[in-house]
Design a protein around this ligand. Structure first.
Ligand code: FMN
Length: 203
């Protein structure tokens, strides 16, 4: 059976979605996939980043993470997207990345990619579900095969119970609240790799 290529494509200002992407990387490798973690390009001006110490610190700390390109999408059999909630929606940085894939889309290169999404927000009900569903709207246009976690594992309940995609809440200390998110991310990633393996190998 051919190994699955998994691209974990994320955006993160203050590190939550980066942490989720790193847990996904670990789980993807454990599941036998070839894994790439790539960040979408930052769009905010340097002054905006500099005005928020947590953002600035994370921006500097992840300067070496490669930026996502169309080639990563072509390479991937499976893609896991992770991004914070912005006013109940995708951050502009992720939207811009999706919106610059018209060439790939026009050539049928987004079809049958096996995809899933994760997010975070400051409030427990701050728009997480809407954000993941926004991603899935675009994925439908791509002809991608959307794999939500549903309630396929106990870890999903421990991670907050979002069946659309794992979602974290950022606590007052700037970190992920609770300790169930890691398990939910890892289950979602393994499930994605499992489904992508079946698709890739025609099972
Ligand atoms: C412009 C902006 C809009 C935001 N909108 C929301 C929101 O709608 N709901 C919410 O709970 N948190 C909102 N937040 C908080 C972020 O979602 C939260 O800080 C983020 O999930 C942290 O992820 P990161 O560390 O990966 O950047 C917003 C933050 C910013 C800067």
């Amino acid at each position: 059976m051919a190994d699955v290529n998994l691209a974990v494509i994320y955006y993160s200002s203050t590190g939550i979605n980066y942490q989720m992407a790193k847990w996904a990387e670990e789980a993807g490798k454990e599941a036998g996939a070839n894994v790439k973690v790539v960040k979408v390009p930052e769009l905010a001006p340097e002054e905006a980043i500099a005005s928020n110490p947590a953002w600035k610190e994370h921006y500097e700390a992840t300067k070496d993470v490669p930026e996502a390109t169309s080639d990563d999408i072509e390479w991937a059999d499976a893609m896991l997207f992770s991004m914070p909630t912005r006013f109940g929606n995708l951050p502009a940085q992720m939207k811009q990345f999706l919106d610059t894939q018209g060439g790939l889309w026009a050539n049928g290169k987004t079809v049958n990619k096996v995809v899933s999404g994760m997010t975070s927000a400051q409030n427990p009900h701050g728009g997480q579900e809407a954000t993941v569903q926004s991603l899935y709207t675009s994925m439908a246009h791509w002809g991608a095969i959307i794999v939500p976690p549903g309630y396929t594992d106990q870890s999903i309940f421990a991670g907050g119970g979002n069946p659309y995609g794992t979602s974290a809440t950022q606590g007052e200390d700037g970190k992920i609240a609770g300790d169930g998110v890691e398990g939910a991310v890892k289950h979602q990633t393994k499930r994605l790799v499992d489904v992508a393996t079946r698709v890739k190998n025609g099972q």
